[in-house]
Write a new protein. Structure first.
Length: 324
């Protein structure tokens, strides 16, 4: 039976909840919970034992006197490598958070082991795991088999439900820190992106606009809708390139990956590069005047027509529903 090491980030009062999604994936793959170890990554972990104890697995490992220098990936890779050497896993799971995606390839390189990046899922096939990842701008899914001793999977977040924590309290093991963290790069500062409302990546509902909106002004209507639906606002690259919205709103291959419960689009054609970032939405509802728009291949519900005729009525209905 494979031994699986899952890395997670530890912050002041909590661990990154993407860990719970990875545990659901482990359930799907029938991994025996006693074969799962969590590798904790963060600073001063010995003083965060309450957080470590709240992780619902049987074993958590961490380094003593950890200093990640502000989650510097070049430092994290050394800590992670050391944890791998101490725990000898067959498989490593790294959630594709902003820290995780920076760490995963560095770790694979310094361990000289194979990696599947950007996994949407992992399938079990005849004793082997196959990492499923989008290729060719999201038009195809490749099933990748790793044939090195250790297999590393960097898995997209917000695809799996969070496992309902079973109330296990883990054994915690601290390893002596024998490492020198030499790095040529230093994180000077971290600042929180100033954005109004919900973060795109976390929102259960996303309302997004495309070039079909014709300019920045109609985004005000989308923002009104977003408030009523408790949604975040997103955009296609065409919109961001035109400067109607900042690039932090961009969804797609070169933008953000989202997997909301509901993705509502207006005037987005659904190019493959856009769908690469939102194709995992549970439900897609779209307005577009072109009945042949690609978005309708993925949309569960669609309204074909000019948004100028459709959106006002939609907004009024939402307002009425809000009053009930
Ligand atoms: C390497 C690479 C990476 C890329 N990465 C991304 C990415 O991350 N994200 C991304 O989004 N794109 C990306 N693109 C660009 C992508 O190929 C498309 O060009 C882009 O997604 C198109 O944006 P759009 O759907 O808003 O515009 P369009 O494709 O122009 O679609 C506009 C839609 O609006 C409809 N419309 C027009 N007027 C109205 C109206 N009045 N009422 C209703 N509907 C109307 C049209 O019928 C059309 O379907 C990338 C491209 C490349 C080459």
């Amino acid at each position: 039976m494979s031994k699986v090491l899952i890395f997670t980030e530890i912050y002041e009062n909590s661990y990154d909840k993407s860990l719970l999604e990875m545990l659901t994936l482990m359930d799907d793959l029938n991994v025996d919970p006693s074969n799962i170890i969590v590798g904790a990554l963060g600073d001063e972990l010995e003083s965060k034992e309450t957080v470590l104890k709240s992780i619902p697995v049987s074993k958590v490992v961490a380094m003593k006197n950890n200093d990640t220098s502000n989650f510097n990936p070049n430092v994290l890779k050394i800590i992670a490598k050391n944890i791998v050497e101490k725990t000898n896993p067959d498989k490593i799971i790294i959630p594709k958070t902003s820290v995780g995606q920076d760490l995963a390839t560095r770790l694979a390189y310094c361990l000289d082991q194979g990696i599947v990046n950007d996994c949407l899922n992992i399938e079990y096939n005849d004793g082997e795991w196959l990492g499923l990842r989008p290729v060719f701008g999201g038009n195809y899914l490749a099933k990748v088999n790793i044939n090195t001793n250790v297999e590393i999977y960097c898995v997209r977040t917000k695809i799996f439900d969070e496992q309902n924590s079973n109330l296990i309290s883990p054994e915690i093991e601290y390893f002596e820190n024998e490492l020198e963290y030499k790095t040529n790069s230093h994180i000077v500062d971290r600042s929180q992106e100033q954005s109004e409302g919900l973060r795109l990546e976390d929102a259960e509902v996303v309302v997004a606009g495309g070039r079909g909106l014709g300019g920045p002004e109609p985004f005000e209507t989308l923002e009104e809708i977003a408030v009523l639906l408790n949604a975040a606002v997103g955009a296609s690259r065409a919109v961001c390139d035109a400067g109607w919205k900042d690039h932090s709103y961009q969804i797609g291959l070169t933008g953000k990956d989202i997997s909301p419960n509901l993705y509502f689009t207006v005037g987005i054609s659904g190019a493959s590069q856009h769908m690469a970032g939102c194709g995992n939405s549970k439900h897609i509802v779209s307005i577009d005047k072109n009945i042949d728009a690609n978005i309708f291949k993925d949309a569960e519900f669609g309204a074909v027509g000019d948004w100028k005729n459709i959106l006002p009525g939609f907004l009024d209905t939402l307002k009425d529903l809000g009053k009930e």
